[in-house]
Design a protein around this ligand. Structure first.
Ligand code: ADP
Ligand code: MG
Length: 394
């Protein structure tokens, strides 16, 4: 019996994932298939089913009813698979090949069957190795402009927008972000993890009430400002790349939130690269600058090409861009801090082999993160943001 006929959830195995691929008739009848679970992520199973003869593959991603990294003690809704598949399809209608094609999805089994991107590299891994990806910031800037503009009130009929807000209501995954990005790192929470040597730096952060108030304001924005459908987890581990293409994956955290959130997370993850390198900083700074420039240019173009009476009001676009820019800086600051001392770290920093250099890079991320959060409203252009970042790396 093909597993597609099952109407209850069960975790797939390599055998049942293969049976599913056969049942879906994605491959020719009778062809020899191999299957491997390749997921290196924290939350889900990822199977790669491969046709031996042609090397043609597909990916079957399945949500488990708990977070894989923690185990069954951390239950997590499999609804996130429906959200991921729907987000990928909607994003694809706005960005084409910048996201993988979804061949099939089934919310009961919590699976998304999609394009196999194994020929590409996860951006974080490639950047750590020193690879250059000339298209990265242009493609991510375009992804951001298109997905954020075309899912916002500036583009959609209000009924459609509210339908999407309902469809992408994602409370459990949002709670993870609310806790791990905006709360835990700023208090002495059990989830935090950092080197003993950073204790004093961390205590300084926890004692800083100005910082905490600004983080509270950013958290409020994340909680309440349903401006656009966010990816929700746009770090360099969610991006496949090679020299010629970029594909954004893994939007299981998608929900309606503030435009600056995705932009800020991506910028912060570029900052970790700059912090981890003694050279090549310029390339990374260029990517930060270009991401914002491509985003704001394309967003403005979309705005001017469509919209209603309000979007024509003088200064409104500039207001939205400036607000998004300052939010991006603040959210980038939160990401800088939480990836350094919170629960989920990044390889860019943790894998710096020399201990002193590693601690130094982490301290830089903490002080820079704090400055970005506190001074975000005094930074008015991408050039000014680059000067602030550069100052911390000198
Ligand atoms: P999680 O949400 O569990 O973090 P991801 O979507 O990030 O899962 O996928 C985990 C890993 O599985 C990725 O880092 C990548 O190695 C692999 N993977 C995911 N999607 C694809 C794909 N479409 N093609 C090839 N490999 C993929
Ligand atoms: Mg994920």
């Amino acid at each position: 019996m093909a597993i597609t006929k099952l109407n209850t959830y069960q975790p797939l195995t390599e055998q049942s994932a293969t049976a599913l691929a056969i049942g879906l008739r994605i491959f020719e009848d009778g062809t020899l298939l191999t299957c491997e679970e390749i997921g290196d992520g924290n939350l889900n199973l990822v199977f790669r089913v491969l046709e031996r003869e042609t090397g043609k593959g597909i990916i079957i991603k399945q949500a488990l009813p708990y977070a894989k990294v923690v185990g069954e003690s951390w239950p997590l809704t499999i609804e996130r698979a429906r959200i991921e598949a729907s987000a990928l399809k909607l994003q694809r209608s706005f960005v084409g090949d910048l996201v993988p094609e979804v061949y099939y999805s089934d919310p009961t089994l919590a699976i998304t069957v999609m394009e196999d991107l194994s020929a590409l590299t996860i951006a974080r891994a490639g950047l750590i190795k020193g690879e250059k990806y000339p298209r990265l910031s242009h493609d991510v800037g375009t992804f951001l402009a298109n997905t954020l503009y075309f899912t916002s009130d500036y583009a959609l009929h209000p009924f459609k927008k509210k339908e999407y807000v309902k469809e992408f209501s994602n409370p459990e995954l949002c709670k993870i972000t609310e806790d791990l990005v905006f709360t835990d790192p700023f208090f002495n929470s059990e989830t935090n993890e950092f080197e003993e040597e950073l204790s004093r730096d961390v205590q300084h952060l926890w004692d800083d009430f100005t910082l905490k108030l600004e983080v509270a304001k950013l958290k409020k924005s994340f909680l309440t400002e349903g401006e656009a459908l966010l990816h929700g987890d746009l770090h360099t581990g969610s991006i496949f790349v090679d020299q010629n293409q970029t594909k954004v994956i893994d939007p299981e955290f998608a929900f309606y939130g503030p435009i600056g959130f995705d932009i800020g997370q991506f910028i912060a993850n570029l900052i970790f690269q700059a912090a981890s390198k003694t050279d090549e900083g310029e390339t990374i700074l260029y990517h930060i600058e270009n991401t914002w420039n491509v985003f704001s240019t394309a967003f403005s173009r979309h705005w001017k090409e469509s919209g209603d009476a309000y979007t024509k009001v003088n200064g409104y676009l500039e207001y939205v861009l400036e607000k998004s820019f300052q939010d991006s800086i603040g959210f980038a600051g939160c990401e800088c801090i939480r990836r350094t001392i919170g629960l989920a770290h990044v390889e860019d920093l943790d894998a710096i082999p020399d201990k002193e250099r590693r601690l130094q890079a982490k301290r830089t991320c903490l002080t820079l993160g704090k400055e970005l959060i506190i001074k975000r409203k005094q930074i008015h252009s991408i050039e000014e943001l680059l000067s602030v970042i550069k100052f911390h790396f000198e």
